[in-house]
Design a protein. Structure first.
Length: 282
């Protein structure tokens, strides 16, 4: 009886050791099996992504020159890591397409991209709105007459995107401001772009007092508004409300509609300094 029990115990011990060994082998094989399965899965996905039913075959443009589609097509050439096609409907480079189109056409403000089924792409562009003209660093004027140097259009953000063309800007006056060491003004941004809305508001307010602004020159922290009459109005940048309040207070003695005033200085804390034209001077 004792011998029989000892045999059973030995057999049970061998079975436990055999089961533990199989489990260890299974655990050692599991990473390899998972790696093979993952590799097969990735290979299957890559294979499907390379099929024509999941690749963009045509690009359609809305409201723009169809040649822009060529830029998008060029951006989708090639493959990611040599495996996944760039023209895949799931992984096409939307950001690169936008940046490439805008880089070649700075007059475009935004590019919207939509999938058109599984094999098509639709692109819509939005043009920049010209707010005014930038005509150089410093105006060359003689009593309201401005130089005819080349001017450029810029948008509400101060971004210069085109030379003066058939496009009519929102504001008729010209803007003058140094850009610094810039070889080509195109694609540059005006240094005081954030202050332009209030600067333009002040220029439009002057029209209510009889003064039509022909040009605005920004010089550091000072602004010169040149009226069509030849009068120059100077004030501190970003202090438009103070300048306008002071000018309104002196409205009875300041006539902006004619050419009797050479300049009005509004830089000094609500005070209005006026220099009138010399008698007999045009």
């Amino acid at each position: 009886m004792l011998v029989r029990l000892s045999s059973v115990e030995k057999h049970s011990s061998l079975r436990r050791e055999s089961l533990a060994a199989r489990r260890r082998r299974t655990r050692r094989r599991m990473p390899f099996v998972l790696a093979v399965l993952l590799l097969l899965l990735c290979a299957g996905i890559i294979y499907e992504l390379n099929q024509s039913v999941l690749r963009i075959a045509h690009v359609q443009m809305y409201g723009a020159d169809q040649s822009y589609a060529d830029i998008a097509t060029l951006a989708m050439q090639g493959k990611y890591l040599g495996l996944i096609p760039r023209d895949s409907t799931l992984f096409f480079p939307a950001s690169r397409i936008r940046s490439d189109i805008i880089a070649l056409h700075p007059d475009i403000a935004a590019v919207s991209i939509f999938r058109n089924g599984f094999t098509g792409l639709s692109i819509k562009v939005s043009d920049r709105v010209p707010i005014a003209r930038w005509c150089g660093s410093t105006p060359l004027t003689t009593r309201g007459t401005f130089s005819s140097s080349t001017c450029y259009l810029f948008d509400a953000s101060g971004f210069i995107f085109a030379t003066t063309s058939a496009l009519q800007p929102v504001n008729a006056f010209a803007v003058y401001e140094p850009l610094g060491d810039v070889a080509d003004p195109l694609t540059s941004t005006l240094p005081n772009a954030l202050d332009l809305p209030s600067t333009f508001d002040f220029a439009r307010q002057l029209a209510t007092l009889g003064g039509s602004v022909a040009g605005i020159a920004i010089r550091g922290d000072e602004v010169d508004d040149y009226l069509a009459s030849g009068t120059r109005i100077t004030y501190l940048l970003a202090h438009e409300q103070d300048a306008f309040t002071a000018l309104v207070s002196a409205q009875k003695s300041v006539n902006l509609a004619d050419s009797s005033i050479e300049y009005v200085d509004l830089r000094f804390n609500g005070r209005v300094y006026v220099k009138r034209q010399a008698v007999g001077k045009p």
